[in-house]
Design a protein around this ligand. Structure first.
Ligand code: PGA
Length: 249
């Protein structure tokens, strides 16, 4: 684990969750007090942020958003700004998720603008990076990750940042990277971050579940997990949090 910060288990609900479902989830989530070595965060859809601020606070769960626009306010129909996310109690915002890069065609340029806006308004970005299967098979993993991390070039100071390495072929597929792939890639990402002047947590993401969490979280260089599908049910999410706690022991 890098630095002194606790490992982070963050749940990305994606486009899932009604108000009732989220209240049932939080009722069943027994993480108060949070395990000693683990920080817990959840990223529900925008529609639930305000309603979940208090219940999450009571459970010691940090609130985050799954995306945002790079402007504070104005004529941007359908967009949500960093000011709104802060107003709703968010600490984190996921940026550069592969589903945004691939489906919404978000570029590195836009991602960097969003990161700057997040920092300006006191949010901590969780920057997602990861290669497609073809890129891994073609031996391009390092160059793809390096290019995605280049959004961090030219930053002064060390703004609050978490990075999530999520091989795109492992997201929502039930396939996870092998322990060797995870160790090797996280070492590369940490080295690249160091070169860019950042010493931050690097989470692993991609089909993390209660069955594989302990093994993945015990890998050198893995400072937590970004969990999609398995964060939708309180019991599987709690099992991952407990696995993280024992991996850090
Ligand atoms: P998954 O999603 O755990 O469902 O694979 C992870 C993510 O996209 O952050």
């Amino acid at each position: 684990m890098t630095g002194s910060t606790r490992c982070l288990i963050a749940g990305n609900w994606k486009m899932n969750g009604t108000l009732q479902e989220s209240l049932d989830f939080i009722r069943d989530l027994a993480v108060n007090p949070a395990p000693e070595h683990v920080e817990v965060a959840l990223m529900p859809p925008f529609t639930l942020l305000h309603s979940l601020e208090k219940p999450f606070e009571e459970k010691d769960v940090r609130l985050g958003a799954q995306s945002m626009y790079c402007e504070a306010r104005g004529a941007y129909t359908g967009s949500i700004s960093p000011v709104m996310l802060r107003d709703a109690g968010c600490h984190y915002v996921i940026l550069g998720h592969s589903e945004r890069r691939d489906i919404q065609h978000e570029s590195n340029t836009l991602i960097r603008k969003k990161m700057d806006a997040a920092w300006e308004h006191g949010l901590e970005p969780i920057l997602c990076i990861g290669e497609h299967l073809q890129e891994r098979e073609g031996g391009q993993t390092h160059s793809v990750l390096k290019e995605q991390l280049s959004v961090l070039e030219g930053l002064t100071g060390a703004p609050a940042l978490t990075v999530a390495y999520e091989p795109v072929w492992a997201i929502g597929t039930g396939k996870t990277a092998s322990v060797d792939q995870v160790k090797e890639t996280h070492a590369f990402v940490h080295a690249e971050l160091q070169r860019l002047g950042h010493d931050c947590r690097v989470l692993y993401g991609g089909s993390v579940n209660p069955g594989n969490a302990e093994e993945l979280l015990a890998c050198e260089g893995v400072d937590g997990a970004l969990v999609g599908g398995a964060s939708l049910k309180a019991d599987s999410f709690m099992q991952i949090i407990e696995a993280a706690n024992s991996a850090e022991d």
